[in-house]
Design a binder for this molecule. Structure first.
Ligand SMILES: [Zn+2]
Ligand SMILES: [Zn+2]
Length: 385
């Protein structure tokens, strides 16, 4: 999913979410010819009825008002704040990004494509009634809500952004049809200070439909992959979703300026690949909607990470050792006056990790995090902790 105008989602100079990251990602996708390995389409912006599947009408009205006159932004809706400054055209740009995720969900549901990617999406912090954490409309929640509207009975959402996928969890907190799984840096050390393992969904039918893995600050490739594989595949296999929606925020990277995990591009690619495999193994038709998310190392990390994601979804994976086309490196320099990376790897491929099934160490902080999640939620789903 791509419409050049998604780069209009721009909070202004000095804000970490610089839309150049989207332009450079699409540039790298093109440099690898991936735009010819799949169909690139633009969906319509999400309209009022679609936005209403998740967002409150008074909030959408507030976004429209801030969009028309940024100075009039209503901070009680989280608009016009340091994290979410109002800008002209904010409603249109946000609705356009949301529309791409909804369009991706529709295409996959109808079988027009097995996989669809919207790397401009993954704005997982937006709440039904307020903006939060650089997110205005929650395209991930809207895509899932649209799938439910189309008749889906089981949708799995897996979020590997460094921040908790709080907005998506909140949107489906009491809905057993949606399994939300978020792996993130521990809420004690990072925004939005939620995503504790004890958050497992509303009491009753939805209990056990929210899953949170709170990773210690500093977690690197091996711990991150170990935690992912100790939690996600078993849950997805058991849930048997009709669609898998994944969020691939690239801010887990060791170079990311806003968080404290130490994950490499190579581990990010390994998790993308694992999500792709999960879709083929456990979802009828391999229905997979992959979204972007955070990521503030906008030159060095984000374009490479999401180009790998696109390559995997297009069944034309980019080899980690691949030397990046010089045309793209020139584009990077022209746009940013920064030197572009030379290869599609951080030099850690292939990444090895210890499998959970081989045993764990109760004194290890990473293993404690995994255990806390498994103990909190696995029994609720009828699985052994
Ligand atoms: Zn993030
Ligand atoms: Zn595939």
């Amino acid at each position: 999913m791509w419409d050049e105008a998604v780069t209009g989602y721009d909070f202004g100079s000095g804000h970490p979410m610089d839309p150049v990251r989207l332009a450079l990602t699409m540039g790298l996708v093109r440099a690898y010819g991936l735009d010819r390995a799949m169909r690139v389409v633009a969906a319509r912006p999400a309209g009022a009825s679609t936005l209403g599947l998740v967002h409150r009408e008074d909030y959408v009205d507030a976004v429209r008002a801030a969009s028309a006159d940024p100075k009039a932004a209503d901070q009680s809706y989280g608009l016009g704040t340091v994290d979410d400054p109002a800008f002209e055209g904010m409603h249109e740009a946000s609705a356009l990004i949301a529309g791409q995720s909804v369009g991706a969900a529709e295409a996959v549901w109808r079988g027009e494509a097995a996989h669809a990617v919207n790397f401009a999406g993954g704005l997982h912090h937006a709440m039904p009634g307020s903006a939060s954490g650089f997110c205005i409309y929650n395209d991930a929640s809207l895509a899932i809500a649209r799938l439910l509207e189309l008749g889906a009975e089981r949708v799995a959402y897996v979020d590997v952004d460094v921040h908790h996928g709080d907005g998506v969890q909140a949107a489906f907190w009491d809905d057993p049809r949606v399994l939300t799984v978020s792996l993130h840096e521990h809420p004690q050390t990072l925004f939005p200070q939620t995503g504790w393992p004890e958050e497992t969904g509303a009491a009753g039918a939805a209990e056990g439909s929210a899953v949170n893995v709170a990773l210690p600050a500093g977690t690197g490739d091996q711990g991150w992959l170990r935690a992912f594989h100790a939690v996600v595949p078993e849950l997805v296999a058991d849930f048997r979703p009709q669609v898998l929606v994944t969020q691939h925020g690239a801010d887990t990277h060791f170079e990311d300026p806003l968080a404290h995990l130490a994950v490499s591009l190579d581990a990010q690619r390994a998790v993308q690949e694992a999500c792709h495999t999960l879709a083929h193994e456990h979802v009828e038709g391999g229905r997979w909607v992959a979204l972007g998310g955070g990521g503030y190392a906008v030159v060095d990390v984000v374009p490479r990470s999401w180009t790998h994601l696109v390559g995997l979804a297009a069944h034309q994976p980019v080899e980690p050792e691949s030397v990046i086309p010089s045309s793209w490196r020139d584009e990077v320099y022209a746009r940013t006056r920064q030197l572009a990376p030379a290869r599609m790897t951080d030099g850690r491929w292939p990444v090895a990790w210890r499998r959970w099934e081989e045993g764990y160490d109760p004194a290890d902080r990473l293993d404690q995090a995994v255990l806390a999640t498994r103990r909190a939620v696995f029994p609720l789903r009828g699985l052994l902790a």
